[in-house]
Design a protein around this ligand. Structure first.
Ligand code: MN
Length: 321
């Protein structure tokens, strides 16, 4: 049972000497918030720990308490010194960026996984996973409640941030009655909603908005599959002076389309890769099947994939090459 697993995880934490917290590369709000929640819990227990994420936190999340503790420099990680490794929001091993270290761990090194992605990648000793939970942050709220850990103002801020960013401000259908109840509770525990929204949603730059404009202008619909798609090239980012962070929220916003079943947003990253973000607006379309075919993964309604490719313009159209 999940409750027993939460208790077991807490016991492991209490007896551990040196803990590694890991969240996924290219971290989003839920990834960072869950890392920060767990940092707060470990701090209050007086535990020695390191919080690691392969990529640095986008500056919009600087308001999250504990985010300054996260390190991205791998050379500072002495993996063999940890007796407990806790992964947060990493549906599969590759997302931890510790693909060599975790499978090769010693027998006295335990891995606990907290996650809400459907993918079952068997890399942890103790898996606390449920796809019915809006976010890993919501899962950590359960962890705190079950183990009678005091919800500090800092924890409340992080949990609410993770919940809001993973549910599109409670608008996606991973939002349950419980999710809304937790969000409301977090306000009672001291989370400040305007601060969270100012940093995560009302944070668009002029360049960023122009980039959103390009994404909207290029929308086209494939009638056969009733899928809308759009593309953003590196040049668009340069022309609008927008950053990758400005791109956050575009797929979610475009998924407000009502007359198509699904959506694809393809954009060039700065490392000669393409990232495809997929959304399904139809309960009968599990878009993660397409994501998995293309080497990616995610949820039925929101998933993503990466390609080693670029966008080439021919006339008014863009081709993946
Ligand atoms: Mn998440």
């Amino acid at each position: 049972m999940l409750e027993d697993k939460h208790k077991k995880a807490f016991n492991k934490i209490k007896t551990a000497n040196n803990i590694l917290l890991v969240t996924h590369y290219r971290p989003d709000g839920d990834a960072l918030a869950s890392l920060c929640v767990m940092s707060d819990v470990l701090d209050s227990l007086g535990k020695k720990f390191t919080a690691f994420c392969q990529d640095p936190a986008p500056s919009q999340f600087n308001f999250l308490p504990n985010v300054e503790k996260i390190i991205s420099d791998r050379s500072k990680l002495n993996f063999s010194s940890f007796d407990l490794i806790i992964t947060l929001d990493c549906g599969d091993l590759s997302r931890t960026a510790l693909v060599d270290e975790i499978p090769a761990r010693k027998s006295d090194q335990t891995v606990i996984e907290f996650d809400h992605h459907p993918k079952v990648d068997d890399y942890a000793d103790l898996k606390i996973k449920t796809v019915k939970t809006s976010s890993t942050s919501e899962l950590l709220y359960d962890f705190c409640k079950i183990n009678k850990i005091k919800i500090s103002k800092n924890i409340a801020t992080c949990v609410l941030t993770g919940v809001l960013t993973d549910t599109g401000n409670l608008m996606y259908d991973n939002t349950s009655d419980k999710t809304i109840k937790i969000a409301s509770d977090m306000l009672l525990y001291g989370a400040h909603l305007p601060t969270i929204l100012d940093n995560t949603w009302r944070n668009k730059s002029v360049g960023g908005m122009k980039l959103w404009g390009i994404a909207m202008r290029r929308l086209s619909v494939n009638k056969k599959y009733n899928i809308a798609s759009t593309v953003l090239t590196r040049k668009d980012f340069v022309d609008t002076k927008a950053s990758d962070e400005d791109m956050e929220g575009v797929p979610g916003f475009l998924s407000n389309l009502s007359d198509v079943d699904s959506l694809l947003v393809l954009r060039e990253l700065d490392n000669s890769q393409l990232k495809g973000s997929l959304r399904s607006m139809n309960d009968n379309v599990d878009i993660s099947k397409l994501a998995r075919k293309l080497g990616g993964g995610g949820h039925a309604k929101a998933s993503a994939f990466m390609l080693d490719a670029k966008l080439v313009k021919t006339g008014d159209e863009y081709r993946v090459e």
